[in-house]
Design a protein around this ligand. Structure first.
Ligand SMILES: Cc1ncc(COP(=O)(O)O)c(C=O)c1O
Length: 480
């Protein structure tokens, strides 16, 4: 296992040194005994920038080496370790390309961190509506025609931000889209949070890095064996973005005490991918995944669902299951939890499972089969409603952000909200895609959908009164 950072940490831990430095657990010595057995092995490598352990914010030693190994594997010009997830990568890449007032083209079904970045940059977003898949009723990718329309209307945009694959593992061919943006000299920034394993090649979809995107961020922790918050940011060799700006923003946005266990796990995750390739482990892993899928498929009362759009390639690590007896995804998720199966997310129609890239634990086939019985016990509650993003493929907010800031706000009941300007990001979580954003106008349909989600007890991030069916809206007639 070629893991320079992890190795240096282990060597340091073996010295059994006297710690007169942070963190305050002093190599695990200062810790409640009750919790020690769980935390202790990790605390021995939870150190700080000691001699030989390099510095994430100015890497010249083992962190630099570990990052270079990532870059070699992914074929990037340069790769960075992130200790605050793809969230911080999205923030840094967007802040690196735009200044206040600049226009940026953004796929509307991006993760909230993308929109937060646009806000922090003070940029003006142009939203690009995604297609909705007819089988899964979830948003997928932005069609090429929409991209062309947006580029023609906003040729001075500072960037095009896309998400590929989606949370559901739906991946599109971005090659034409990327070259179209590049024709305008516009860099393409891709949130590939769910695609760190695409580097393994077929049958996984192609990474945006290979398709020519300028900058790509991946949550190693989502599909590779890395600790939560561990992500990679890659710059492509022909990157149209200033490398030093990206590095500077990462330094500003990430902790000055980055977690060594997280960084070490990023080193190990890369080695794990290399191990799969070198030892030709992929076919065994895929076989296991296939047999797991077959078991779910053999259920009488539930089925695996695939996208209707034949252009979409679904990541083999994702499995979407739907009840055949008219249950919402939320109810199906509850049913699965009763038999001790915990899933990644549920929506109105289905649940999403993230399958493991290897590992040893096997699930008993009987456990999966028992779902059939549990489904029969539950009354149906599914309403089968399709997602939608409105009629216009390319939209801007009714008011610029700086104008919005001048409006007063008030709470209104859901039944009075249609037609009003929403003043709060409303985000079902997961997947963390804002359903209605601050500055967007509420429609009858969006309020109805929100009302449905609340009554289904979906976890929705937003203002504190949302559960009381009240929404925060701007008063367009009144300046604060
Ligand atoms: C598409 C997408 N982008 C970004 C993120 C944020 O990633 P992280 O949790 O690594 O910060 C998520 C999280 O779920 C996501 O689904």
């Amino acid at each position: 296992m070629n893991t320079p950072l992890y190795k240096a940490l282990i060597q340091h831990a073996r010295r059994n040194s006297h710690s007169f430095h942070v963190p305050g657990h002093h190599n695990g010595d200062v810790f409640f005994d009750d919790a020690k057995s769980i935390f202790n092995p990790l605390l021995t490598i939870d150190v700080t920038e000691l001699a030989g352990l390099d510095d994430l914010h100015h890497p010249t030693g083992v962190i630099k080496e570990a990052q270079e190994l990532v870059s070699q594997l992914y074929g990037s010009a340069e790769s960075f370790f992130l200790v605050n997830g793809t969230t911080v990568g999205n923030l840094a890449m967007i802040l690196s390309v735009c200044e206040p007032g600049d226009t940026i083209l953004v796929q509307r079904n991006c993760h909230k961190s993308v929109f937060h970045a646009v806000d922090l940059a003070g940029a003006e977003p142009v939203y690009l509506a995604p297609d909705i898949d007819a089988a899964l009723h979830v948003p997928t990718h932005v069609p090429l025609d929409t991209i062309k329309e947006a580029l023609a209307a906003y040729p001075d945009a500072k960037g095009l931000v896309l998400t590929n694959p989606t949370y559901y593992g739906h991946s599109a061919d971005l090659t034409e889209i990327i070259s179209e943006a590049h024709r305008y000299g516009i860099p393409v920034l891709v949130d590939e949070a769910h695609g760190a394993h695409f580097v393994l090649g077929e049958p996984f979809p192609v990474s945006a890095l290979k398709m020519g995107a300028d900058i790509v961020v991946q949550s190693a922790h989502k599909t590779l064996p890395a600790m939560t918050m561990g992500s990679y940011l890659h710059l492509n060799s022909s990157c149209r973005i200033d490398r030093d700006r990206v590095a500077e923003y990462l330094t500003r946005l990430q902790s000055s005490s980055p977690s060594y266990p997280i960084m070490a796990s990023l080193d190990i995750a890369r080695a794990y991918v290399e191990h799969i390739i070198e030892e030709q482990k992929l076919s065994d892993i895929l076989q296991r995944i296939q047999s797991l899928k077959q078991t779910f498929d053999s259920l009488t009362n539930a089925e695996a669902v695939k996208p209707a759009d034949p252009r979409i390639i679904t990541d083999p690590l994702k499995l979407t299951i739907r009840s055949k007896r008219g249950h919402s995804g939320y109810t199906l998720q509850n049913i699965l939890e009763r038999v001790n199966i915990f899933t990644e997310l549920a929506d109105e129609n289905q649940v999403l499972l993230v399958l493991p890239l290897g590992g040893k634990r096997r699930i008993n086939v009987e456990t999966i089969k028992s779902i059939d019985e549990e489904i029969e016990k539950m009354p149906p509650d599914q309403m089968f409603v399709s997602a939608e993003w409105g009629a216009q493929p390319v939209t801007v907010l009714p008011y610029q952000k700086k104008v919005l800031q001048t409006f007063k706000k008030e709470y209104v009941d859901f039944d009075e909200a249609a037609g009003r300007l929403n003043a709060d990001d409303i985000i079902p979580y997961p997947p963390g895609i804002p359903m209605i954003m601050a500055g967007e106008r509420m429609t009858k349909e969006s309020v109805q959908k929100l009302s449905r989600l609340i009554s289904m007890k979906t976890h929705v991030q937003g203002n504190m009164k949302i559960k009381e069916k009240q929404l925060l809206v701007y008063i367009e007639e009144e300046k604060s």
